[in-house]
Design a protein around this ligand. Structure first.
Ligand code: MBD
Ligand code: FE
Length: 265
């Protein structure tokens, strides 16, 4: 049994790629070099990352057209589903204890402004060397570090301390870096960022990111992932960089992108 949506999308992907081959009069050697590069990227475990660099922001753009609360941001390749619940602070490696800290806090509400209590927020960010915990090729750092789940209180508020993230270079020693830097002359940096994934009963899930106003690469993200929301102005509290981010959740029943919401006739 064929699936109509898959059939339609893959059919169009193939047509679009054929258009590129014709436009550039791609040779057999180039065509082979292209797919061998994809194979190498997969072998290096970088295929999800490479695809996210180029295309995740477009999927987010489609989704955001139907959101009236906070806009979503790209998820990126390094979410780990079963991160531990934490209380007020993400686990910090011993070697990082003296680094500058940040205080992430804010409030989760619905569109009427009512607090969303008991929302689960997954938080994750990279180490200062630009690796993520719990990712096999990132040096086997235990997934308890720099990621965790927290819950909003009765007033919808959340609070969590961690070290201050720094600008992040996506792994650039492998085939993805080769493609971006050597072949395309781009750079492979993202601004310092925090990832959020918020789940709450009856609400539409929200995947988001926050950035640091004035930080390097905020205006020049290699993943084109920085929207206007959640570029947080510089402020400090108790010596920690304050990342105050309030989220407004859409209802789970809110309209989804039309083609997903309405089954094809
Ligand atoms: C990341 O950490 C990230 O957030 C994205 C979007 C892509 C690659 C690495
Ligand atoms: Fe990231």
């Amino acid at each position: 049994m064929s699936d109509e949506r898959t059939k339609a999308i893959i059919g169009d992907v193939v047509e679009a790629l054929r258009g590129v081959l014709r436009k550039h009069e791609v040779t057999f050697a180039e065509y082979r070099a292209g797919f061998m590069h994809m194979a190498k990227t997969q072998e290096a475990g970088e295929l999800p990352m490479l695809i996210d660099v180029f295309l995740n922001s477009t999927v987010v753009e489609i989704e955001n057209a139907t959101r009236t609360g906070s806009k979503a941001a790209i998820q990126g390749p390094y979410f780990v589903p079963d991160a531990p619940f934490v209380e007020g602070q993400l686990a910090i490696r011993d070697q990082d204890m003296d680094l500058p800290k940040m205080l992430m806090r804010g409030r989760v509400t619905d569109q009427s402004g009512a607090p969303v209590a008991g929302a689960v927020i997954d938080l994750w960010h990279s180490t200062p060397e630009g690796t993520y915990s719990g990712i096999p090729r990132h040096g086997d750092l235990d997934k308890k570090y720099y990621r965790g789940k927290i819950k909003t209180d009765a007033d919808g508020k959340y609070e969590c301390i961690s070290i201050l993230p720094v600008p992040y270079q996506i792994p650039n020693k492998g085939p993805t870096g080769m493609l971006l830097e050597t072949y395309m002359g781009w750079h492979s940096w993202r601004p310092a960022h925090i990832h959020y994934w918020i789940h709450a009963d009856g609400k539409r899930d929200l995947i988001s990111q926050a950035y640091f106003e004035g930080g390097d690469y905020v205006d020049d993200d290699c993943c084109e992932g920085v929207g206007n929301e959640f570029i947080v102005p510089e402020a400090y509290e108790n010596g920690m960089r304050l990342m105050e981010v309030d989220f407004v959740l859409d209802e789970a029943s809110s309209p989804k992108p039309a083609r997903v919401a309405e089954p094809a006739e």
